[in-house]
Design a protein around this ligand. Structure first.
Ligand code: NAP
Length: 257
């Protein structure tokens, strides 16, 4: 696997205490990222024990950061903490991974469920991206590499095949009304962010991680977090300006919007 691109990089992953986020932190460490900020809403809680263990094993490399992406003040606090640890260096890689899924249909989803899902899955990545933008810009400016790449500055929005308008008809077995609408909005967020940050040479893409055995994906999912994240990080490592603003899966295959 070509993971050399992330060696020596700084990265922030949201929703890093379990599932794909936790696995991303593990594999970024294995790929010799110099510092990985692991965002989670409750760093001291039982749900973050595995992450605390990982941080203990890699002191100075894995740093837990309290970050509730649905809470703007928590996002601001996390920027302060990350910035103080980074000093003059920028942030190379931002992975907007945290998300929630409520199994609801158009007929039974409540307004509150729609709002909660949007707060976490859309407004969260929007604000996290905007608040961390100065750090990403510093990383892009400090790099002498031409074009775009993940070791310069990149935003990876973890999307879903359920975001795809062209695939709605094949997805109807699952009641994912609030979730899939939020991920479609996340994809539009990727497209706009890519357009607005093009001049800064900050790469931005949406990636579908595959259907994966996590709390969200369930036991029937065919992929392990290990394989999904290995593929995903391989794709991330090879991204260039050609993929900027695009939507792909963990194998690098282009996804239909
Ligand atoms: N698994 C799949 O098959 C699959 C398929 C397509 C896309 N995805 C996407 O992949 C990403 C990771 O999913 P997963 O399968 O790892 O899900 P998961 O096992 O349910 O984990 C979700 C993570 O997001 C965190 N989170 C939720 N709300 C948050 C908030 N407001 N602030 C901060 N963190 C929050 C959770 O933290 P707590 O422990 O605090 O709840 C947890 O760490 C998501 O974007 C998901 O939509 C997954």
């Amino acid at each position: 696997m070509n993971m050399a691109a992330v060696k020596g990089c700084s990265a922030l992953v949201t929703g890093a205490n379990r599932g794909l986020g936790l696995e991303m932190v593990k594999q970024l460490v294995e790929a010799h990222c110099s510092i990985v900020f692991a965002g989670c809403r409750d760093p001291d809680g039982a749900n973050s024990e595995a992450l605390r263990e990982l941080a203990k094993k890699h002191p100075g490399v894995v740093t837990l950061v309290r970050l509730d992406v649905a809470d703007p003040s928590s996002i601001k606090e996390s920027v302060k903490k990350v910035s103080s640890l980074l000093g003059n260096s920028g942030l190379n890689l931002l992975v907007n991974n945290a998300a929630v899924l409520q199994q609801k249909t158009m007929l039974n989803a409540t307004v509150e469920e729609m709002q909660d899902t949007f707060n976490t899955n859309v407004i969260g990545p929007f604000l996290v991206t905007r608040e961390f933008l100065p750090r990403l810009r510093s990383a892009a400016k400090a790099s002498d590499k031409p074009g775009m790449s993940c070791d310069k500055a990149a935003i990876i929005n973890i999307s879903s095949d359920t975001a795809s308008l062209s695939l709605v008809h094949v997805e109807k077995a699952f009641p994912l009304f609030p979730y899939s609408i939020s991920k479609a909005a996340l994809n539009m967020l990727t497209a706009h962010t890519a357009m607005e940050l093009k001049e800064d040479e900050i790469l931005c893409v949406s990636i579908h991680p595959g259907w994966v055995k996590t709390d969200m994906g369930g036991d029937r999912a065919p992929l392990t977090p290990r394989d999904s994240v290995a593929g995903l990080l391989h794709v991330v490592s090879s991204l260039t300006e050609k993929e900027h603003g695009g939507f792909m899966d963990h194998t690098g295959k282009t996804m239909p919007w």
